[in-house]
Design a protein around this ligand. Structure first.
Ligand SMILES: *[C@@H]1O[C@H](CO)[C@@H](O)[C@H](O)[C@H]1NC(C)=O
Ligand SMILES: *[C@@H]1O[C@H](CO)[C@@H](O)[C@H](O)[C@H]1NC(C)=O
Ligand SMILES: *[C@@H]1O[C@H](CO)[C@@H](O)[C@H](O)[C@H]1NC(C)=O
Ligand SMILES: *[C@@H]1O[C@H](CO)[C@@H](O)[C@H](O)[C@H]1NC(C)=O
Length: 799
């Protein structure tokens, strides 16, 4: 039987831990009556316990020697005692002392720690009852006053409620002593599952008894963001606002993949795994109001929570997502999926947020994280505007970026530190636990030499879990996630996660090879990838791709070229291609003949052309119609009318270069003997070299029609050699005038723009079928000498 050894007072007390959560101020929350503490790690032989928890509790034990507290430690698990006891002791033998502990003292501490620990099977309610009884008997036997009981649940999320139930019913201490139950993320999967878990737990535990861990809050630089802001308030107050801050970046880059963790990771992805918790915590610490005093957990938690009510909702266009190339092969392997399974779980994401206050209005706050990137580093930086114009000596310090970098770890610096550009201000040290960083002179941080910064670093580096374990004992709830905060955070992220469900991530190769593929740019209210590259991946690398998604990767659709991306990006690309085609045609023959369709898809394209393409050679461009509804042009449903609204009236195009279709002749609409179609055909023949348009832009209807060529109209047979024809639509207005397949296929270049989820089903069908222009007129588009390019957005392509 193990017995509790009374602590030896001759062992000196270690220096108190510092940081926001650890200031041992007088106050209700931190004032602890000394007494006996029983620590139970449920899952005590698991990975986390092995790697961090026992080491953390040993450190706690070592620092608490002489404080008046006494301890006993229990490793709990599902296995029987005989089997698990040796495993537990192998782990416990591994704990190490801090480097400044004398060897003899360390040996003594470790020996005592081992004597205070035991394994207990914790499976049934009886097991928990027996534990509760054991603790009670021990307290009585040794005549000790109980301070509290700490249960650390290092088990999967689904087991929380059941264990909490058992702890509540059989392990509660007598009144006067505390109960603290520690939980590890994940805390739910979205807002409703987090709510469900929270209310289940509230049936067994009071909110004040729950300690939800985010180990980032135990990182020394993270826990000192507020103290740094506080001690440097006189410098920061005037510049911590939208007039001076250019943007805020919170970044966690990793080089590893997620092999071995796929069953967990594939259900979560990078946003749930990193952004919703760690990066959001840091975001609130950077932007919250700094309290008058940091010693009250309640005020700190309140100010943190306040940020959520000021954040603007995050829209889909404020996020970009990516997935490393080998991910799907790993999913297939670890989840035993068949080869047509295709996961779109993101392994990289960047999200832009805005806080809607006069202080931060318009300041982009970027949260970004990814697996398989070029380096392992995590930092947050506040980048300030620099209004200095350097005429000479661009390397002098006042020409450089002005920034504050909270460097959490790794990177080339390989250590936690806070860095302030020398052209900003000379900061105060956070407290006596921090020192100026004078070594690492050759290191660079975000591309700048360390000598550009005033840098400070903790004198002693501490492991996050050890820090947090200390905070549990001192009851500093501000180092943990409150239920309100958790639900507010899920409330912020859940709508974005839902909207990204159908979003196709950009595939990246991983490591250095990513090059600039994941770079993104910020606009006022959206972010997007900088490069338009479509990554081409072969089937072996893709592993799990289905036939359709494979065609995405190939950049081919129905044997023709395909460009595919997000809707907005797709239009950017199409507009660029149009401008390039225009320039080429004008330089070769002096004119550009462009035929445009009606419909809603191209309207955003027209606006983009009008607003962003100032160099487009409109003076040399002739605009033709692909099709027209038989109605007066001034009516808003006329294709020409919407073309005029969205494009023609905004550009400088000569009047005589505009060619509406003659649907109204002799005061009547589209009458065969008025010869409107023939008239248009002649106008084309007269103006366009060989009647070959340089660019014909088409769309596709959900019935497979293109231009105004409808299924079952047998249009292409009836039209023979005509270039323009009157056609019949199944929907009103029925009468149309349209270019024929003959005219379309005579063009130098045809672009087929297909956007939106509604088109997905047909697109999937069309991707597989042979040419059946009677059934799907769009399959009859094959330029004889020219080239067809499909412009497909991800909604249409992937549904
Ligand atoms: C003990 O530590 C060593 C070295 O750090 C490690 O290789 C070993 O796996 C650890 N053993 C246990 C049981 O944790
Ligand atoms: C704990 O269990 C008791 C019954 O043993 C119950 O009355 C109580 O509501 C439970 N929950 C909390 C938070 O104490
Ligand atoms: C996949 O199959 C292997 C071998 O049949 C099995 O051991 C493993 O548990 C399976 N994994 C999953 C997630 O079903
Ligand atoms: C007209 O087309 C022919 C052949 O298609 C070509 O040789 C000629 O250069 C073109 N003329 C102009 C003015 O583009």
């Amino acid at each position: 039987m193990w017995t509790v050894l009374k602590l030896l007072l001759l062992l000196a007390v270690c220096p108190a831990q510092r940081g926001i959560c650890t200031e041992m101020k007088e106050g209700k929350e931190t004032h602890q009556a000394p007494g006996h503490v029983s620590v139970v790690i449920v899952g005590g032989t698991g990975d986390l316990a092995k790697k961090y928890l026992w080491q953390g509790f040993f450190q706690l034990y070592a620092t608490q020697v002489g404080s008046g507290h006494t301890f006993s430690f229990y490793g709990g698990g599902l296995s029987p005692d005989a089997q698990a006891t040796p495993i537990l002791f192998n782990i416990l033998k591994n704990v190490s002392c801090s480097s400044d502990t004398p060897v003899e003292r360390c040996a003594l501490l470790r020996d005592q720690f081992l004597h205070l620990a035991q394994y207990r099977q914790l499976k049934t309610l009886e097991d928990y009852k027996a534990l509760g009884q054991h603790i009670q008997e021990q307290l009585q036997g040794e005549g000790m006053v109980e301070a509290g009981r700490l249960f650390y649940l290092s088990v999967p999320e689904f087991a929380y409620a059941d264990i909490a139930d058992k702890v509540n019913s059989s392990c509660r201490p007598a009144s006067g002593a505390w109960l603290r139950v520690v939980l590890e993320k994940p805390f739910g999967h979205d807002l409703s599952s987090a709510q469900m878990l929270a209310s289940k737990l509230w049936g067994f535990l009071k909110e004040e008894e729950m300690y939800r861990i985010d180990h980032y809050l135990g990182k020394q630089v993270v826990s000192n963001i507020l103290p740094f802001r506080k001690v440097n308030q006189k410098f920061l107050e005037p510049i911590w606002n939208r007039h001076h801050i250019e943007r805020v970046e919170i970044v966690l880059k990793e080089t590893l993949d997620v092999k071995g963790r796929i069953p967990f990771y594939d259900r979560y992805g990078v946003i749930r795994d990193v952004l919703q918790n760690h990066l959001t915590e840091i975001m609130t610490l950077l932007t919250m109001k700094v309290p008058e005093s940091l010693s009250s957990s309640q005020v700190v938690l309140h100010n943190k929570l306040q940020i959520f009510s000021l954040l603007q909702p995050v829209e889909t266009k404020q996020a970009v997502v990516g997935q490393y190339q080998a991910y799907n092969a790993e999913v297939r392997e670890e989840l035993n999926k068949t080869s047509n399974q295709f996961s779109i779980t993101p392994t990289f994401a960047a999200v832009m947020m805005h806080i809607d206050t006069p202080q931060y209005d318009g300041v982009p706050i970027i949260l970004s994280s990814g697996k398989m990137l070029d380096e392992r580093v995590s930092y947050a930086r506040v980048l300030f505007k620099n209004d200095v114009f350097c005429v000479q000596n661009p390397h002098s310090i006042h020409c450089k970026p002005k920034q504050i970098i909270f460097h959490f770890g790794h990177g080339t610096l390989q250590r936690p530190a806070v860095l302030i550009s020398k052209n900003l201000f000379k900061p105060e040290l956070i407290d006596e636990e921090w020192r100026e960083l004078t070594e690492h002179k050759d290191a660079t941080v975000l591309g700048l030499p360390l000598s550009d910064f005033y840098a400070q670093a903790p004198k002693v580096e501490r492991e996050a879990y050890a820090e947090l374990i200390g905070h549990i004992l001192s009851g500093r709830k501000d180092c943990f996630i409150s239920a309100e905060y958790l639900l507010a955070s899920w409330g912020l992220w859940t709508p974005l996660l839902d909207s990204l469900l159908s979003s196709y991530p950009r595939i990246y190769p991983g490591g250095e090879e990513n090059g600039n593929l994941l770079d993104f740019h910020l606009k006022r209210n959206e972010i997007g990838y900088v490069s338009d590259d479509v990554v081409i991946i072969n089937p072996e690398q893709m592993g799990g791709a289905t036939a359709e998604s494979f065609q995405v990767m190939q950049g081919k659709f129905r044997g023709d070229d395909m460009v595919s991306s997000w809707g907005e990006e797709l239009l950017v690309r199409l507009a660029m291609d149009l401008e390039a085609a225009a320039e080429e045609a004008v330089s070769e023959g002096g004119a550009f003949h462009l035929a445009l369709s009606g419909g809603s898809s191209p309207l955003a394209l027209f606006r983009r052309l009008a607003e962003h393409h100032c160099a487009f050679p409109w003076r040399e461009t002739h605009v033709w119609m692909v099709d027209e509804r038989c109605m007066p042009l001034r009516e808003s449903e006329s294709n020409f009318h919407s073309l005029h609204e969205h494009l023609l009236q905004h550009i400088k195009i000569p009047y005589y270069n505009i060619h509406p279709m003659p649907v109204l002749l002799n005061q009547r609409l589209c009458v065969e003997e008025d010869g409107g179609a023939l008239l248009y055909e002649k106008e084309i023949a007269h103006t366009v070299n060989n009647s070959a348009f340089h660019f014909v832009l088409l769309g596709m209807g959900i019935d497979g029609h293109t231009a105004s060529l409808f299924p079952r109209d047998k249009a292409h047979e009836k039209h023979g050699e005509s270039m323009v024809a009157l056609t019949e639509s199944p929907v009103k207005p029925h009468q149309r005038m349209s270019l024929t397949l003959k005219a379309i296929n005579n063009a130098h270049r045809v672009g087929l723009l297909v956007m939106g989820k509604l088109k997905h089903e047909l697109l999937t069908q069309v991707s597989r079928v042979k040419d059946l222009p009677n059934k799907w007129p769009v399959t009859g588009v094959h330029p004889v000498h020219g080239k067809l390019v499909w412009y497909l957005d991800y909604d249409a392509l992937l549904g």
